[in-house]
Design a protein around this ligand. Structure first.
Ligand SMILES: [Zn+2]
Length: 332
């Protein structure tokens, strides 16, 4: 433990649990009936109400192995959920990666060529570079360019508490508070490897009313992750005013713990071919003392920069240039 005191890690699980494969409790839905879409783009379903209103979108499968989002959209479409005003769009995003989902090896279908949630900037999307993910992102761009409010559904490697990622502008936190759950609202500027859809164009502009949230609903394949995703999606749609409250009364009538804002101050980006965490963190550990070593990046010690530093979503994908972990503090 390199001098770290075990008490610093709170509810950290033992190593044996960290390395055991997580059983796939969720069933990936058959999405073939959405293949043609209904708006000219495959796997995009869009519905317009007669009453005017915002364009609200739910995005699933930015990462092909994060199947809770597909379950949500399939559920809402099966329930014939339609907007009472404005436009409601459901996007099955990285469908090529999802097609490769294999219960026996569920981690491999995150993407085909590259992480699709690192390509969302004008320069990358207009570049000559190509990949399975860029082709799909370019096809979806006209949709996202017209979206006023977006919820991007994700899940995590470890079963730490759900998070809602609100970005830096205040508008994200305000929307997250209207959804009332999850408890932790995380504010960060994203990844060095490239912008997320959540950070795309007007979504990241404090002067624009367009707002995007990314929700990490729980561990990728745990049953409860889908339940979190479905409830949060209903509350999001109700908060956006596109869903009549009586359609989702059961998920709106609940007592939620007060939300806390977790401000991410920096991302630790892998700079060597040998990055190792000092212990197997699962996320949301609070490290009491500044200067505590949390990882080795080649020969360099990675230490916490301040007291009560929170470790956010430590990654198992420790390749050079990728985000290893984000560091933050609770601000409210
Ligand atoms: Zn994801």
């Amino acid at each position: 433990m390199r001098g770290l005191h075990a008490a610093a890690f709170g509810t950290l699980r033992p190593l044996s649990i960290m390395v055991e494969p997580v059983p796939v409790e969720l069933d990936p839905p058959d999405l073939s009936r959405y293949a043609a879409g209904n708006s000219g783009i495959p796997y995009v379903m869009s519905f317009r109400a007669s009453a005017p209103g915002p364009h609200v979108a739910l995005n699933a499968l930015m990462h092909g192995n994060e199947i809770c989002g597909a379950i949500v959209l399939d559920h809402l479409l099966s329930e014939n959920v339609r907007p009472v005003r404005g436009t409601l769009t459901f996007v099955f995003c990285n469908i090529e990666a999802y097609r490769g989902f294999d219960r026996a090896n569920p981690t491999t279908s995150r993407y085909v060529d590259e992480d699709m949630n690192r390509v969302w900037d004008d320069g990358t999307l207009k570049s000559k570079r190509t990949s399975v993910e860029l082709i799909r992102a370019r096809a979806l761009r006209p949709v996202f360019d017209t979206v006023d409010t977006l919820l991007d559904l994700h899940s995590m490697q470890d079963s730490s508490a759900p998070l809602i990622l609100a970005g830096l502008p205040d508008k994200g936190v305000a929307l997250a508070r209207r959804i009332r759950s999850p408890e932790i609202i995380m504010c960060d500027r994203g990844h060095a490897a490239g912008p997320r859809l959540r950070d795309y164009a007007a979504f990241a502009d404090p002067a624009s009313p367009k707002t995007a949230l990314l929700i990490e609903c729980g561990q990728h394949w745990e049953k409860r992750t889908a339940a979190v995703a479905i409830a949060a999606s209903y509350r999001f749609l109700a908060a956006c005013g596109v869903l009549a409250p009586d359609k989702c009364r059961s998920v709106l009538d609940f007592t939620a713990p007060a939300q806390r804002v977790l401000a991410v101050t920096e991302a630790v980006t892998v700079t060597s071919d040998n990055f190792r965490f000092t212990v197997p963190y699962r996320g949301l550990e609070v490290i009491p003392k500044a200067g505590t070593e949390i990882a080795r990046d080649g020969g360099r010690a990675v230490v916490t920069p301040y007291d009560d530093c929170v470790l956010v979503m430590p990654s198992l994908r420790l390749a050079r240039g990728q985000t290893a972990v984000r560091l933050g503090r609770y601000t409210g």
